[in-house]
Write a protein that binds this ligand. Structure first.
Ligand SMILES: C[S@@+](CC[C@H](N)C(=O)[O-])C[C@H]1O[C@@H](n2cnc3c(N)ncnc32)[C@H](O)[C@@H]1O
Length: 206
């Protein structure tokens, strides 16, 4: 049954409705608020999916990347006149096409990626940041205070790399001089635990 539900999520409008239904959108809005964005800022959204939170952003110059064509098609149909949605793996070549970026969003991304894949994207995110810029991430996590339902949600998340907050902070600290995070367990309507993490001061290797 769980596998069937996960297959249904391939239908993008259904996926978006479910995300909003369970309150996953509120978690995204919290991340956007934490970035304190202003009109004219440049924003890079890695693993943007259908970007259903796009309208919560101020008038920013937005670049969204996702490797799933159906998500990019959905986002382009809705907001393609106001933003750049690219169906590409974000790599060195793509990074070179961007202006200095004030904020990088990785919303629900890192817990889908192996440590090595996380390292590649965190390094690139640090590289494209403008001075004073911020990277924000939010991911399903395991944490000791979570209840049974929340733990079940973490165990059954579609992401294969759900971990404890230390997994995410240890990776982030390899690339950023300032890393802060908090467990968010009151944003969604179904009990669940997420690790929201802010990264600043990239430490770039030459
Ligand atoms: C769980 S979704 C999150 C989508 C959206 N940010 C949200 O909060 O709803 C994670 C997305 O990351 C995308 N993704 C994974 N690795 C990626 C990569 N290296 N470059 C671009 N997108 C990637 C996947 O296709 C997937 O749509």
């Amino acid at each position: 049954m769980l596998a069937g539900l996960k297959r249904l999520l391939h239908h993008v409008p259904l996926y978006v409705a479910l995300q909003k239904g369970i309150g996953a959108d509120r978690l995204r809005y919290r991340c956007i608020e934490a970035l304190d964005l202003h009109d004219g800022d440049a924003v890079l959204d890695l693993g943007c999916g259908p970007a259903y939170y796009f309208e919560r952003l101020p008038k920013v110059t937005y670049f969204g990347y996702d490797t799933e064509q159906r998500y990019i098609a959905y986002a382009n149909a809705k907001w393609g006149d106001k933003a750049s949605f690219r169906c590409e793996l974000f790599d060195d070549e793509q990074a070179k096409t961007l202006p200095p970026i004030d904020a990088v969003m990785m919303l629900g991304l890192l817990h889908h990626l192996s440590d090595e894949q996380c390292r590649q994207l965190l390094e690139l995110a640090g590289r494209v940041l403008a001075p004073g810029g911020t990277v924000i991430s939010v991911d399903t996590c395991f944490e000791p205070t979570q209840g049974r339902i929340s733990r079940w949600m973490s165990e059954n998340d579609r992401g294969e790399y759900v971990g404890e907050p230390s997994r995410f902070t240890n990776l982030a600290e390899e690339f950023f001089g300032k890393v802060e995070g908090e467990v968010v367990n009151d944003a969604t309507r179904i009990p669940s635990s997420h690790w929201m993490m802010r990264m600043q001061a990239p430490q770039l290797s030459s």
